[in-house]
Design a protein around this ligand. Structure first.
Ligand code: ADP
Ligand code: MG
Length: 486
C-alpha cells in the first residue's frame, strides 16, 4: 500500500532514486561485472537520513562483506553524486520483519532468509515502523565497527544451564564479569547448534554492560579471513593489524574455518599472541578441541589449549525440556501442553537449533489453526524431523546400559541363567532392542546368546503387560529410554 505523497516529497523521492541509479552506475564502471553483479546489484536504497545513505543488503553475510570491503568505495561514489551524503550504512533487508519475528520468536537460529520485497514496498507503511528499527540497527553496526553485529536474543539470561553446558557457561560468565584475565584463551567447543555462538554473544553483551569502555569485538573466523584478505588486496595490512591488536576482548567464532588456510592462520596466530601477551582476553570457539583440529599448525593448536578448554556436550533431556519451557513461556498466547513439550524434548535430541526449529513450527501451526496443540498434531507436523532424529542405538549399547542400570554383569545378561534378577533385566533389554532398533526378532534373539525369536516376542509382550501394573518397572523403562535419548 503506497502512501499518498505530496509533490515535494515525490520530488525528493525521485531525486534520491536518481542519485542511487547514478551511484550504481559509477560502481558498475569501476568494478568487474562479476563483482558488480554479486555485491552491488542486489542492494536497495532504503533512505537518506541526516546525510547518511542507508542501503539494504539481502543477507547478513552480504552486509558484513560490503561493510568490510566496499564501504569506502561506495561512500566515495555517494559523495560524488550527492554532496549532502557524508556517510553510508547498511542494513539487512529482512531486518524490517525482524522486530515482529523476534516478538513471536518464530525465527530459527540461522541467518535470516531474506524476503526481497522490492523497492516499492519500502515506501509503504511498514517502512514507517521499520525506520525506527533501522536507526537502532545502524547504531549497532557502527558501534561494533569491524566486529559482527550481536544478536540481542543471545544473552546469559536466555541461556538455559544444564549438566552438559555448565562448565562452558561458568567460564563464559567469568570472562564476561572480570576485568582480570583468568584463563586465556577461553576455548569453547561442541558440535553444531549447542550454544557456542549464543555464549559468545552473551559474553559480549554482559562485558559491554559491565565495562562500557572496553572494546569488545566478536566475529567469525570466516569474517576474520575476509578482512585479512581484503587488507592485503588494498595494501592495508598495517591498519588491519592495528585494529585487531587494539581490542580488549576478542572473540573468534568457528575457528575451524581457517583450517588449511595458511596465511590467515599465520596472521591469526600473530594477533592471538599479541593480545595474549598484552593480557587481553581472547575467546575462541570451534567444532572440536584444539588437539583435534586438523589443518591447523601444531604450534597454534598447542597454544590454543593453554587457557581453559570447555566443551559443551550433547544436551540431556532435562536441558532440552528447560529450553522448550523457557521459549514457550515467552509466547503465552500460544497454548502448548507440557505433554507436547516433553514429547519434543524426548524426540528431538540432535541439537538445540533443531529443537527450537521444531517448537517454532508447532507455534506457527498453532497460530495458523488457532487451536491448542495436541500430541497427534505434533507427530504429524513434525514427521520429517522426528524421522531424522531417530537415534541409532545398537543392541550392544542397550545390553551394556541395561546391565549397568540393574547392576548385573553383561555376561549374566547374555547367559542362560534364569534367576529372576537376571531374567527380568534381560527381558527389558530385549524389549528395548525391539523398540529402539530396527532389528528383527530373530536378529535380536541371536544377539542375546542365540535365543529363539519366540523368546524375544514373549519378552516384549511380558514387559508391555508388566508396565501397566508395575509402576516401578515402568519408571525403570522410562528412565532407560531417556538414557538412549528417545
Ligand atoms: P552453535 O554456535 O554451537 O552452533 P548456537 O549458539 O548458534 O550454536 O545455538 C543454536 C540455537 O540454540 C540458538 O538459537 C541458541 O540461542 C539456542 N541455544 C543453544 N543452547 C542453548 C541454551 N543452553 N539455552 C537456550 N538456548 C540455547
Ligand atoms: Mg555458532
Amino acid at each position: 500500500m503506497n502512501m499518498v505523497m505530496s509533490p515535494r516529497e515525490e520530488v525528493i523521492e525521485t531525486s534520491m532514486e536518481a542519485d542511487w541509479s547514478r551511484v550504481l552506475e559509477r560502481l558498475r564502471v569501476e568494478f568487474d561485472d562479476s563483482i558488480y553483479n554479486s555485491w552491488f546489484k542486489p542492494l536497495d536504497l532504503v533512505n537518506i537520513e541526516d546525510g547518511c545513505a542507508v542501503m539494504a543488503a539481502p543477507t547478513r553475510f552480504m552486509r558484513n562483506w560490503l561493510e568490510s570491503n566496499y564501504s569506502d568505495r561506495i561512500r566515495v561514489a555517494w559523495k560524488s553524486e550527492n554532496s549532502s551524503v557524508s556517510d553510508i550504512s547498511f542494513v539487512v533487508l529482512s531486518s524490517f520483519s525482524e522486530a515482529s519475528a523476534q516478538k513471536n520468536d518464530h525465527k530459527d537460529g540461522g541467518d535470516i532468509i531474506p524476503q526481497k520485497t522490492g523497492r516499492s514496498s519500502l515506501k509503504d507503511n511498514t517502512l514507517a515502523e521499520g525506520n525506527n528499527k533501522l536507526k537502532s540497527r545502524t547504531i549497532t553496526i557502527k558501534e561494533s565497527e569491524f566486529g559482527a553485529p550481536l544478536d540481542p536474543r543471545f544473552t546469559f539470561d536466555s541461556f538455559v544451564v544444564g549438566k552438559s553446558n555448565e562448565l562452558a557457561y561458568a567460564a563464559a560468565r567469568r570472562v564476561a564479569e572480570n576485568k582480570d584475565v583468568h584463563f586465556n584463551p577461553l576455548f569453547l567447543h561442541s558440535g553444531v547448534g549447542l550454544g557456542k555462538t549464543h555464549l559468545m554473544h552473551a559474553i559480549a553483551w554482559a562485558n559491554k554492560e559491565i565495562f562500557p569502555n572496553r572494546r569488545v569485538v566478536y566475529l567469525s573466523a570466516e569474517q576474520f579471513m575476509y578482512q585479512f584478505v581484503s587488507s592485503i588486496r588494498y595494501k592495508d595490512t598495517m591498519s588491519f593489524k592495528q585494529k585487531f591488536r587494539s581490542v580488549d576482548l576478542l572473540m573468534i567464532d568457528d575457528l575451524q574455518f581457517i583450517a588449511n588456510k595458511q596465511s590467515t592462520q599465520e596472521e591469526f596466530f600473530h594477533t592471538f599472541n599479541a593480545l595474549i601477551d598484552h593480557r587481553r582476553q581472547v575467546v575462541i570457539s570451534a567444532d572440536r578441541s584444539p588437539t583435534d583440529m586438523e589443518g591447523i599448525e601444531e604450534r597454534i593448536r598447542s597454544r590454543l589449549g593453554w587457557g581453559l578448554v570447555a566443551d559443551i556436550h550433547p544436551t540431556e533431556y532435562e536441558l532440552r525440556l528447560g529450553i522448550l519451557q523457557q521459549k514457550a513461556n515467552k509466547i503465552p498466547e500460544v497454548d502448548i501442553s507440557l505433554q507436547v513439550l516433553e514429547f519434543l524434548a524426548r524426540m528431538i535430541t540432535s541439537n538445540v537449533r533443531e529443537l527450537e526449529g521444531a517448537l517454532n513450527r508447532m507455534i506457527a501451526h498453532a497460530t495458523l489453526i488457532g487451536r491448542p496443540i495436541t500430541l497427534d498434531m505434533t507427530q504429524e507436523v513434525l514427521q520429517d524431523l522426528l524421522r531424522a532424529n531417530v537415534r541409532r542405538v545398537s543392541i550392544d549399547e542397550i545390553q551394556r546400559r541395561v546391565a549397568d542400570y540393574f547392576n548385573i554383569r553383561l555376561s549374566d545378561l547374555l547367559s542362560a541363567r534364569r534367576a529372576r534378577q537376571v531374567a527380568r533385566p534381560r527381558q527389558v533389554a530385549m524389549y528395548l532392542a525391539k523398540r529402539l532398533t530396527a532389528k528383527s526378532l530373530p536378529d535380536i534373539g541371536r544377539n542375546f546368546g542365540g535365543r529363539d525369536h519366540t523368546t524375544v516376542m514373549h519378552a516384549v509382550k511380558r514387559i508391555d503387560e508388566l508396565r501397566l501394573v508395575d509402576s516401578l518397572l515402568d519408571e525403570d523403562i522410562i528412565h532407560l529410554e531417556r538414557i538412549f535419548g528417545t
